[in-house]
Design a protein around this ligand. Structure first.
Ligand code: ZN
Length: 425
């Protein structure tokens, strides 16, 4: 009888999740793309009994609260300062030597062995807890790369704080495993160059079997607002196609330009075509590009020029359609300018798929009410072209609804209860 009851309850819960999942996809294209995934999510949720698990995990639990208190203490004691340090020393992807050393040294000092240079990447590492025992195996991913700036690099996507947050989690949990003699272990994965997208580091690390053995892998990432995300696609960063377009023309002296074929003009035409496309692209599309090569000298017709675009869309089905439109635009620019075009596409960056019941766990009471802190990082050492820090800090405050301080707007930990609860439809 009890089994029948729980199955019935589970069915109701799953129907609710499935309905909300479908509702997150607005168009027939999105629903088509989502259908197979949502079916898999539903069967996964059924097999894991997630609603019951969520209910159990959300109950009052003194030991869990002690671990969370330890996380917060570690952040306050050392790790906020580490985050500030990394922010003040930004290093872009594949060059994060100093930042990686800070993170790795901290892990070594807290009972982890660290192997650097995994999968042939000098700033990737795997850190194993030395006192781990056979049992559940938690993976924690950390990142530490900065954004590429034109005059200087900077931390604008909060990866400077992400490593320290992951360290607090890994250390607090590893201490708990040992002190409570609970079977299990923790592994921390240092993953470089998240902001570069191509090559997609995590995809390559997975192909190199770096993540093998972990049962669950978590990663934190700050966002401009605390969000309660719907199940399904598009909840994080969307799928990214990296498109590199290279035009080959013919060189000529400026005074005999008719003998040349201008590859830079082709790139400019490409940007014009892409901008013309925008009104026919679905509004969720994100398409931005830069000119990566534009010639060597104004008195020479550039025979080679190149651009790189990042094209993002919540689901991969429509993304393919948008990609085809951009590729046609690239070919049209070549046709119009008498140049040749080469198009390289990297599709290795794909969005995660949000599981409704796990989202509910993140929001389940009493965790948010009592302990769950949402890290809101206010940009430090703000980057503006005119060098104005104050203006940026004002903007940052507006963006994050946070406070600035005289030290340059340092990291704030804020209790979730203080933040508005955004429910996406
Ligand atoms: Zn990021």
């Amino acid at each position: 009888m009890r089994a029948v009851t729980s199955v019935a309850v589970l069915s109701v819960a799953l129907v609710a999740v499935a309905v909300s999942s479908v509702a997150a996809q607005e168009t027939p294209t999105e629903r088509t793309a989502a259908a197979a995934v949502i079916r898999r999510m539903d069967s996964l949720e059924t097999s894991l009994g997630l609603p019951a698990l969520v209910a159990r995990l959300a109950k009052p639990d003194a030991r869990r609260d002690a671990v969370l208190a330890r996380v917060k203490a570690l952040m306050t004691q050392d790790l906020l300062a580490m985050s500030d340090d990394i922010t003040r020393h930004p290093e872009v992807g594949f060059h994060e030597q100093r930042s990686m050393k800070l993170v790795a040294d901290y892990l070594r000092a807290h009972g982890f062995t660290v192997d650097t240079g995994v999968a042939g990447l000098p700033t990737a590492f795997v850190a194993h807890y030395t006192k781990g025992t056979p049992g559940p195996h938690l993976g924690v991913i950390v990142e530490y790369d900065a954004l590429r700036g034109t005059s200087r690099d900077f931390h604008g996507d909060q990866h400077s704080a992400q490593g320290p947050v992951g360290l607090a989690v890994a250390v607090a949990l590893s201490e708990f495993l040992t002190s409570s003699k609970t079977p299990g272990t923790v592994t921390v994965y240092g993953t470089p160059a998240e902001e570069i997208a191509s090559p997609a580091t995590k995809t390559n690390l997975q192909r190199a079997h770096v993540f093998d053995g972990a049962d669950v892998i978590v990663r934190s990432h700050s966002s401009p607002a605390t969000q309660h995300l719907p199940a399904g696609f598009g909840s994080c960063c969307m799928n990214i196609d990296v498109i590199r377009v290279t035009y080959s023309g013919a060189p000529a002296h400026q005074l005999e330009a008719w003998n040349g074929r201008d590859a830079l003009t082709a790139v400019i035409e490409l940007f014009n075509h892409v901008d013309a496309l925008r009104k026919n692209l679905r509004p969720e599309t994100r398409l931005q590009g830069i000119i990566t090569e534009g010639g060597k000298a104004p008195n020479v017709v550039p025979d080679r020029a190149a651009a790189e675009f990042w094209l993002r869309y919540p689901d991969p089905v429509y993304l393919d359609e948008a990609l085809a439109m951009v590729q046609d635009a690239a070919r049209a620019a070549a046709l119009a300018t008498g140049t040749k075009v080469r198009i390289d596409v990297d599709t290795a960056s794909r969005d995660g798929i949000s599981v409704g019941a796990l989202n509910e766990l993140a929001w389940a009471q009493p965790i948010p009410r009592h302990r769950c802190v949402s890290l809101q990082l206010e940009f430090r050492e703000p980057y503006l072209r005119d060098g104005s820090r104050r203006a940026d800090r004002r903007g940052t405050q507006r963006l994050h609804g946070g406070r600035a301080d005289d030290g340059g707007g340092l990291v704030r930990l804020r209790d979730r209860r203080a933040l508005p609860r955004h429910r996406a439809a």
